[in-house]
Design a binder for this molecule. Structure first.
Ligand SMILES: Cc1cc2nc3c(=O)[nH]c(=O)nc-3n(C[C@H](O)[C@H](O)[C@H](O)COP(=O)(O)OP(=O)(O)OC[C@H]3O[C@@H](n4cnc5c(N)ncnc54)[C@H](O)[C@@H]3O)c2cc1C
Length: 326
């Protein structure tokens, strides 16, 4: 039997602090649950995050559920898929919504395969109406376009929400959620993939930065990236980069902005020597203001920029650093 429960799923052990992204997914889940007249549930797989109950309340969650099992602690996918498959078989939710990270890419398609249901990743919005299939808008073709998928097949629909696609919005005066522990049997799960090394980034995250200064291939040499770092520091922001700088080994991959890097939503994004390829813009196009510095007046980045400077970034960045330090 299919219910109208909308379940936002967070895998707390795998990515550490992802609460803001979970909140964004809860906000979208609430919109869907209001449209369908269903119950919004937040399923935390693994240890309950600190402050989880407060987040659940301000997001209007009706039921805060938790699955805990020693096999889920290592952040391994097989146990997670099995736990969710058992959960869905018992509860029959209409929608399972994830906030997207590397772990979701591992889990969401496998869960959909197990349940024989539809899955959409890179989602940016969901439209729901009673007696109609869910319509999921997702970024496609490397961020070049958006596609609307109608999920008319078996339920639950599995959707993975792109980071920063939705801004978390809280509701006033919601009641405290009821709390429920969900029992699953993972005794027969054997992990088939062993994670031998996982990259961990320390310090502030690009996804949360209010100011980002990014450099691209127009910087000409790795040494010049220090200009990007200096301007970012002078403005109280973080340095970012286009993908070629990561591919060339100039900067660490945690700095990459774009479709295959970080999806950011800063107030100010300074792009120095970046052409404005769609895959890069997928990671910074939601910035409130983009300032672009490029020698080519026809560079695509100027289509997105609020302020454009046609010129050599190696001459302009030092001027901006001096001005920012004043
Ligand atoms: C599947 C896929 C995923 C991808 N994911 C990403 C991603 O996540 N992030 C990403 O960034 N890219 C990504 N890319 C690559 C993307 O398509 C572009 O190739 C890349 O963004 C280009 O980087 P760039 O702008 O630094 O370099 P270029 O395209 O080479 O542009 C350099 C720019 O610098 C300008 N310039 C040159 N000299 C100067 C100067 N002295 N001062 C000022 N300007 C100057 C040039 O006019 C030019 O516009 C992806 C590609 C694919 C196919």
């Amino acid at each position: 039997m299919t219910t109208t429960a909308i379940v936002v799923c967070t895998w707390s052990g795998a990515r550490g602090e992802v609460l803001e992204e979970a909140e964004a997914a809860l906000t979208l889940g609430r919109k869907v649950s209001v449209a369908l007249g269903g119950e919004l549930q937040w399923l935390v797989v693994g240890a309950m995050p600190e402050g989880g109950a407060e987040i659940a309340q301000r997001q209007g969650v009706a039921v805060l559920e938790n699955i805990e099992d020693a096999k889920l602690a290592g952040g391994q996918a097989d146990a997670f898929v099995e736990a969710l498959a058992q959960y869905c078989a018992e509860r029959s939710p209409r929608l399972v919504l994830f906030s997207q990270g590397f772990d979701t890419r591992l889990v969401a398609p496998r869960l959909a395969g197990r349940l024989g249901s539809g899955v959409v990743v890179n989602a940016v919005d969901i439209e729901a109406a009673a007696d109609s299939p869910l319509k999921v808008t997702a970024s496609a073709y490397g961020g070049d376009t958006r596609v609307v998928y109608e999920l008319a097949g078996a339920e639950p629909c599995i959707v993975s929400l792109l980071a920063n696609a939705v801004l978390p919005e809280s509701v006033e005066g919601a009641a405290s959620p009821s709390v429920r522990n969900v029992a699953v049997d993972l005794s027969s799960v054997e992990e088939r993939i062993r994670v031998v090394e996982a990259a961990r980034t320390e310090g502030p995250r690009l996804e949360d930065a209010e100011i980002i200064v990014s450099g691209g291939r127009g910087l000409s040499s790795p040494d010049n990236y220090k200009l990007v770092e200096q301007l970012a520091e002078a403005l109280g922001g973080l340095p970012g980069a286009s993908r070629p700088l990561v591919d060339e080994g100039w900067v660490d991959s945690s700095r990459q902005v774009g479709l295959t890097g970080k999806i950011t939503r800063p107030g100010l994004y300074v792009a120095a020597g970046i052409s404005g390829a769609s895959q890069h813009m997928a990671g910074c196009g939601a910035a409130k203001a983009i300032v672009a510095i490029n020698t080519d007046p026809d560079a695509a980045i100027f289509r997105y920029a609020r302020y454009g400077i046609v010129g050599d970034c190696l001459a302009i960045l030092p001027e901006l650093i001096r001005a920012a330090k004043k």
